[in-house]
Design a protein around this ligand. Structure first.
Ligand code: 5GP
Length: 193
């Protein structure tokens, strides 16, 4: 997605070897026009999949997921993160190792908001090692729902997440795909869209 790649080049900051900071438009401040465009592109990619609900993870997945939900006319539910849950009645839960914070969080979603008849589109901001995506997939699997695919805003292709998910038969659609960071600059691989 050209508009997203341009935004990354103009406002993204490379941190160390493998982190892209996008606080200016996605992870802290949010660019609504860009989010609207992202929602439209995800909706177009999954318009024939019979999506009934979108699942994302708080907090940075919510903005793109809501815009896609608006386009597809379906509700958006987000997995909540907490250090460790004691009361898990009524919840589907999964463990997720945070890529950026190096901590393990439990993610949880109420059983009321994921049903076995649902066809789910998972949306997240980044795909690196695939831990967040696997956790979200686990919530869908626990509900007995169908996973139509995953929409990722920014994928880093030099990390193994996509391969892990595709090996499990998940359709992956990434709007920007980063092949590498070179001297502090982003080098893109061809995007899916
Ligand atoms: P994974 O679980 O695939 O290893 O990492 C994905 C999660 O880690 C995303 O939900 C995102 O919050 C965070 N993440 C991974 N890589 C980056 C990055 O380069 N920049 C930012 N801002 N977040 C990242």
């Amino acid at each position: 997605m050209k508009q997203l790649e341009t935004m990354i080049l103009e406002n993204g900051k490379v941190l160390g070897e493998d982190i892209l900071k996008v606080d200016a438009f996605l992870n802290h401040q949010i660019d609504p026009v860009l989010m609207k465009g992202i929602g439209e592109v995800f909706a177009e990619a999954f318009k024939d999949s019979g999506i009934t609900r979108i699942l994302t993870l708080e907090s940075s997945g919510i903005a793109p997921a809501v815009m896609a939900g608006l386009e597809l006319g379906v509700p958006v539910v987000f997995g909540r993160k907490s250090k460790s849950l004691t009361l898990t009645d009524g919840l589907y839960t999964a463990e997720v190792r945070s890529y950026t914070k190096k901590t393990v969080n439990e993610i949880a979603v109420s059983k009321s908001f994921l049903n076995k008849d649902d066809v789910i589109l998972v949306i997240d901001d980044f795909l690196a090692n695939g831990q967040a995506a696997l956790g979200l997939k686990s919530l869908v699997d626990q509900a007995g729902a169908t996973l139509a695919g995953m929409g990722i805003v920014i994928e880093k292709t030099f990390q193994p997440g996509r391969g892990i998910l595709e090996d499990q038969g998940v359709r992956m659609v990434s709007l920007a795909r980063i092949e590498k960071f070179e001297a502090g600059k982003v080098v893109f691989a061809p995007a899916d869209i």
